[in-house]
Design a protein around this ligand. Structure first.
Ligand SMILES: [Zn+2]
Length: 111
């Protein structure tokens, strides 16, 4: 996440932007990575930078699950998924450990 913030700052600087107004991130779903935590972390990391106050748009990449009861495999963007077939608890079998920047909106200085 810290690396992401550095990357955003570097791209904004490269573009000659004075401020970043919106950041779109793509994240892999995983149990210990809640939206609330991401937003909080983002806010802390961007304090006193050109990104401070920017809106954060998150999109989640689904993780793969397998049901413990009926063995059905499915994908879900929820971190605690239940089987769509029998409603039982499913086990996460893989997720994408990814956090990438999809887009950033910046404000350029008046010409
Ligand atoms: Zn099931």
């Amino acid at each position: 996440m810290q690396g992401i913030v550095h990357t955003i700052l570097a791209s904004a600087q490269q573009a000659g932007a004075v401020r970043v107004t919106n950041v779109q991130l793509e994240l892999g779903v995983s149990g210990h990575f809640t939206e609330e935590a991401v937003r909080q972390y983002f806010q802390i990391l961007t304090e006193h930078t050109a990104i401070e106050g920017a809106t954060l748009t998150l999109s989640w990449l689904p993780a793969a699950y397998q049901c413990l009861s009926c063995q059905r495999r499915f994908e879900s963007t929820s971190s605690a998924a239940t089987c769509p077939q029998c409603g039982d608890v499913a086990l996460e079998i893989s997720h994408q450990d990814e956090c990438s920047i999809r887009a950033i909106d910046v404000v350029l200085p008046d010409q």
